[in-house]
Ligand binder design. Structure first.
Ligand SMILES: [Zn+2]
Length: 149
C-alpha cells in the first residue's frame, strides 16, 4: 500500500486531462503488482458512450492488455466515488481493492445511494479505502463545474 498516494496522483492527473477535454473530470488508474496497467479519465463525450466512465475505461484497457476479463489482483484508484454502474463492473471484474478520492453524495453507490457492495446480491466486494486525494479531487470537480456555468 506504500505508493497509494502516487497512484492517486496519477488518477488526479487523468481527471485534469479529462477536464481539458470537456469531460466531467474524473480519473482512474488500475494497478497490478505495483505497476499501473491502465489509466483514463471519463470519455463519455469523446466516445459518445454514456458507459465510458473512467472506471469502465480502465477495466476495459486492463482486460485487453492482460488478456483476461477478470482482474482479481488489481487495485483501482479513482478520484470520485463510483456510481452504481461502475460499482457493478468493479464487482464483476473481481477487483481486489478500491481507493476513491471524493465522496459523491448524489451519484455515488459505495458509501452513498444503493451501497452496492453491501447488498446480498453482490457476490464480490473489494476492500474499500476512501478519502485518498479527496480535497484535490473535489477541487478539480468544483472548478470544472464553476467554469462551465
Ligand atoms: Zn460510473
Amino acid at each position: 500500500m506504500g505508493n497509494s498516494e502516487g497512484f492517486m496522483a496519477a488518477a488526479l492527473a487523468e481527471a485534469r486531462v479529462a477536464a481539458e477535454l470537456g469531460e466531467v473530470p474524473v480519473g482512474a488508474v488500475l494497478v497490478v503488482d505495483g505497476a499501473i496497467v491502465a489509466r483514463s479519465g471519463n470519455r463519455t463525450r469523446i466516445d459518445r458512450d454514456i458507459t465510458a466512465h473512467a472506471e469502465i475505461a480502465v477495466i476495459r484497457q486492463a482486460a485487453a492488455a492482460l488478456g483476461q476479463e477478470r482482474l482479481s489482483g488489481a487495485d483501482l484508484y479513482v478520484t470520485l466515488e463510483p456510481c452504481t454502474m461502475c460499482a457493478a463492473a468493479i464487482s464483476f471484474a473481481r477487483i481486489r481493492r478500491l481507493y476513491y478520492g471524493a465522496e459523491d453524495v448524489k451519484g455515488g453507490a459505495i458509501d452513498n445511494g444503493v451501497r452496492f457492495f453491501a447488498q446480498p446480491t453482490c457476490h464480490h466486494a473489494p476492500d474499500v479505502y476512501s478519502g485518498l486525494g479527496e480535497s484535490e479531487a473535489a477541487e478539480i470537480l468544483t472548478g470544472f463545474f464553476k467554469s462551465r456555468r
